[in-house]
Write a protein that binds this ligand. Structure first.
Ligand code: KIV
Length: 263
C-alpha cells in the first residue's frame, strides 16, 4: 500500500519517526522503497549532485518534471514529493498553481516550496485547489544569495521568533508538512511541538517527525565540503541497499541524527 499524507499523520499520532531521501530516478526509487524509505524527494539538489552546479538556481521546471516521471515510474510504495524550482512559483499564486499542476501530472503527490510567511498566500492558493504543499523554512538554498551563504538560520532570538511565526502561519495556510533546514535543534523541537502537521528535519535535530538527507551524501558520493548534518551510511558496508536500510533504521530508532549532526 502506498504511503499517503494520512499515513504520515498516523505516524506522528503514534510517535513513530519516518524517513525521506532525495531520489532522482526509477532504479533508486525502487531501492529506496524496498529499504523502507517513506518519502522520495525529487529535490532541486539535483542541480548540485546531477548537474554539478554550485547552487540549485539553474534547475528548471522541465528538470523536475523529467525526474519526477523517472521516480514515479519506479515507485509503487512511497509518497513522492517534488521541489518547485527557483522561479517557478515565487511570482504569484497563479504561476505556482500552473507549474505545480504540471509536477503533479508528472507523478508527484505533494510539492515543496521554499519560504516563510511570504509563501502563505501561495500555500493557501495551492492547497485550496487540491495541491498539497510542504513548506520549507530555515536555510532555503534558492535564496542563497539573499542569505549570504549556507549557514545556520534561527540562531538569534529575533530570527527564531520569525521562524516560529512562519511555521504557524504556513500550517494555518494549509501546509501539510514543514521541512526545516539547518536550524538549532531546540528551535526545531519547539516548532514540531507547536504544530499538528509532521516536520521533516535536515540539520534540525532529532525531534522532528522525520529526517531527510541527500542520497548522494548518505552514500558518501558527493565530495564537496560535508555539512555537519551529513552522515555517510556506506561506512561499514559495501552494499548500497544495506546503507539505505541502515539509514532507515537509524532514523526510526532515534539514533540519527546524533548530537554531532545538530546545531
Ligand atoms: O533539494 C533538496 O534535496 C532538498 C533537501 C536538501 C531538503 O530540498
Amino acid at each position: 500500500m502506498r504511503t499517503t499524507l494520512t499515513t504520515l499523520q498516523q505516524y506522528i499520532k503514534n510517535n513513530d519517526k519516518f524517513t525521506a531521501l532525495t531520489c532522482y530516478d526509477a532504479t533508486f526509487a525502487k531501492i529506496l522503497e524496498d529499504a523502507g524509505v517513506d518519502i522520495l524527494l525529487i529535490g532541486d539538489s539535483l542541480g548540485n549532485v546531477l548537474k554539478g552546479e554550485s547552487t540549485t538556481l539553474s534547475v528548471t521546471l522541465d528538470n523536475i518534471i523529467y525526474h519526477t516521471q523517472c521516480v514515479s515510474n519506479g515507485s509503487s510504495k512511497a509518497l513522492i514529493m517534488s521541489d518547485m524550482p527557483f522561479g517557478s512559483y515565487q511570482q504569484s499564486p497563479q504561476q505556482a498553481f500552473e507549474n505545480a499542476s504540471k509536477i503533479l501530472a508528472a507523478g508527484a503527490h505533494i510539492v515543496k516550496i521554499e519560504g516563510g510567511q511570504v509563501m502563505a498566500e501561495t500555500t493557501a492558493f495551492l492547497t485550496q485547489r487540491g495541491i498539497p504543499v510542504c513548506a520549507h523554512i530555515g536555510l532555503t538554498p534558492q535564496s542563497i544569495h539573499q542569505l549570504g551563504g549556507y549557514r545556520l538560520q534561527g540562531a538569534s532570538q529575533q530570527s527564531a521568533k520569525q521562524l516560529i511565526e512562519d511555521a504557524l502561519l504556513l500550517e494555518k495556510a494549509g501546509a501539510r508538512m514543514l521541512l526545516m533546514e539547518v536550524v538549532p535543534a531546540k528551535l526545531a523541537q519547539e516548532i514540531t511541538q507547536s504544530l499538528s502537521i509532521p516536520t521533516i528535519g535536515i540539520g534540525a535535530g532529532k525531534d522532528c517527525s522525520a529526517q531527510v538527507l541527500v542520497l548522494h551524501d548518505i552514500l558518501g558520493l558527493y565530495k564537496d565540503k560535508k555539512p555537519r548534518f551529513v552522515k555517510n551510511f556506506m561506512t561499514g558496508t559495501n552494499s548500497i541497499q544495506q546503507a539505505i536500510a541502515n539509514y532507515v533504521t537509524a532514523v526510526k530508532s532515534g539514533q540519527f541524527p546524533d548530537h554531532e549532526h545538530e546545531y
